[in-house]
Design a protein around this ligand. Structure first.
Ligand code: NAP
Length: 484
């Protein structure tokens, strides 16, 4: 019996009813730290998804016209329910995803904070009265919920990625059909339970697990789904963008990253190391904003690398539920093999492994936190997302060289830089082709600011006032004939 047993829902939520797949099929979910089975979820497909879309479409009629104060109150209750259940939700998250418990608690808290933020922000979703060119007219710009929303989320932040979609959608007056990742479905299903517990009407929130192709296929094909919000890999995002064309859906895409972390000679090295550890090793390197490439200026290169090695070797690897553990297992063996492939590629091209480099003695999908120096642009990790606990360190001489190297990727999500120069800070703001830029900080995500990538890292924003815009349609109304 676990602490989280009350949050472990092994069924799907469609139109207010919890149930299994039509064909009775289920999918086993594994705890990546223990390698044991955590439970089963329904293996749903197109038929169940179409029923969820119908339920969301029916619910939209009332929900979209409901009192704003009713929606705001429900969102505040949902925030409180999340925080009241922070511990079991965090335990569940660690059990299915592997991240250390402290990080899981933080993820639940930031998810709840997004709910509160959008409950506040929707009260300021104002329209406009635009000056008309003639005296007999009045011009109004109003904002309206976009419609039924399809939400598809990844395994690395199974709770907060859903929060960033559900909260603005519900605040705006949209209804939702959500599909959590198959590796980590329970955190998403728990949102369904809490939404129901606090009183969201039936059909407003629907959550399905199962075949990605079938569920997403039905969502993308439906003319009733007016918006799709996706967080995941760039490859799948491109497929969804193509599929959205047939019904001209609005899309938000939070896709892959390849974050540079630039350390200049004038940096505060203590602060840079602290930021580097968070930006690289949070969630075992499996975040879209994780550092993929360290660029360190020649004057501080050796000192920075020595300190990074010391800090990396001090990290305790193990089951995320255990005290002091800061590195859990990777999500699956495919992730481990990708890191191994990148290490082999780098060492064959002159990269030097200065710590780690191997599967961890704990077995399973545990991997030694690793640093490779003497990195060069022809190595695989220069252009591909690592998504694992591997630091690649490149040396550079000039600011121009660093900015050019940082931008030499099709991705444009997060970038970090450490410097004391104000002038350089603004040059970095203008020069770095990234949607999120952290100066002297390795952890910059916050509900108040827009999160989202440039280039092939996606489109649309989550959080900030911009995060609500994606769920609202703008209408312009001209009222003429006012002279009579
Ligand atoms: P993924 O393989 O793209 O999966 C994401 C979601 O899409 C899952 O629910 C998955 O379902 C579903 N999916 C898979 N194939 C699909 C298809 N053909 N059609 C429709 N849906 C499909 O990504 P992931 O491995 O879970 O997550 C890691 C990636 O997400 C990384 O690239 C990371 O950078 C990115 N990410 C980006 C952000 C951001 O905010 N920019 C945040 C977090 C993660 P199944 O689980 O059932 O396969």
């Amino acid at each position: 019996m676990n602490d989280f047993s009350g949050m472990l829902l092994q069924a799907n939520l469609i139109g207010g009813e919890w149930g299994g797949a039509d064909r009775g099929a289920t999918i086993a979910v594994t705890n990546p730290a223990a390698g044991t089975e955590l439970g089963h979820v329904p293996n749903c497909g197109a038929a169940e998804t179409n029923r969820a879309i119908t339920a969301a479409t029916l619910a939209f009629a009332d929900w979209s016209r409901s009192d704003l104060s009713f929606r705001v109150d429900l969102l505040h209750k949902l925030h409180d329910a999340l925080m009241d259940n922070q511990e079991p939700l965090a335990q569940l998250l660690t059990a299915e995803q592997g991240k250390p418990l402290a990080e899981a608690r933080g993820e639940i808290a930031i998810g709840a904070a997004y709910v509160r933020w959008f409950a506040e922000e929707v009260r300021r979703a104002k329209g406009e009265i635009v000056p008309a060119p003639t005296a007999d007219r009045r011009l109004m710009v109003t904002r309206h919920p976009v419609g039924v929303v399809g939400a598809i989320t990844p395994w690395n932040f199974p709770s907060s990625m859903l929060a960033r979609k559900l909260a603005p959608a519900l605040a705006a007056g949209c209804t939702v059909v959500a599909k959590p990742a198959t590796a980590t479905p329970f955190s998403g299903l728990a949102w369904g339970k809490l939404c129901q517990d606090v009183g969201f009407p039936d059909g407003v929130v629907n959550i399905l697990t199962g075949s990605a192709r079938e569920i997403a296929g039905a969502i993308m094909a439906s003319p009733d789904v007016r918006k799709v919000t996706f967080t995941g890999s760039t490859d799948v995002g491109k497929v969804l963008i193509r599929q959205s064309a047939d019904t001209v859906k609005k899309v938000s895409m939070e896709l892959g990253g390849n974050a540079p972390f630039i350390v200049f000679d004038d940096a505060d090295i203590d602060a840079a190391i602290e930021g580097a550890m968070i930006a690289k090793y949070r969630n075992m390197g499996q975040t879209c904003v994780c550092t993929n490439r360290f660029y360190v200026q020649a004057g501080v290169h050796d000192a920075f690398v020595a300190r990074l090695k010391e800090a990396t070797e001090a990290m305790l690897v193990g089951d995320g539920t255990q005290d002091g553990v800061v590195q859990g297992p990777m999500i699956d063996m495919a992730g481990v093999e990708k890191v191994e492939e990148m290490i082999a590629d780098a060492t064959s091209k002159g990269g030097k492994v200065i710590t780690g480099g191997n599967r961890h003695a704990k077995g399973g999908t545990f991997f030694e936190p690793t640093i490779i120096t003497d990195a060069s642009p022809d190595m695989q990790f220069a252009t591909e997302e690592i998504f694992g606990p591997l630091s690649a360190v490149f040396k550079f001489e000039t600011e121009e060289e660093a900015i050019e190297a940082a931008n030499a990727t099709e991705f444009g999500l997060a970038a970090y830089a450490y410097t004391k120069s104000l002038g350089r800070t603004f040059r970095l703001n203008e020069g770095l082709q990234y949607g999120l830029i952290g100066i002297n900080s390795g952890l910059i995500t916050t509900v108040e600011a827009p999160f989202g990538g440039l280039k092939e890292s996606g489109m649309g924003k989550e959080g900030g006032s911009q995060g609500l815009e994606d769920y609202l349609s703008v209408k312009y109304m001209c009222v003429a004939g006012l002279d009579g």
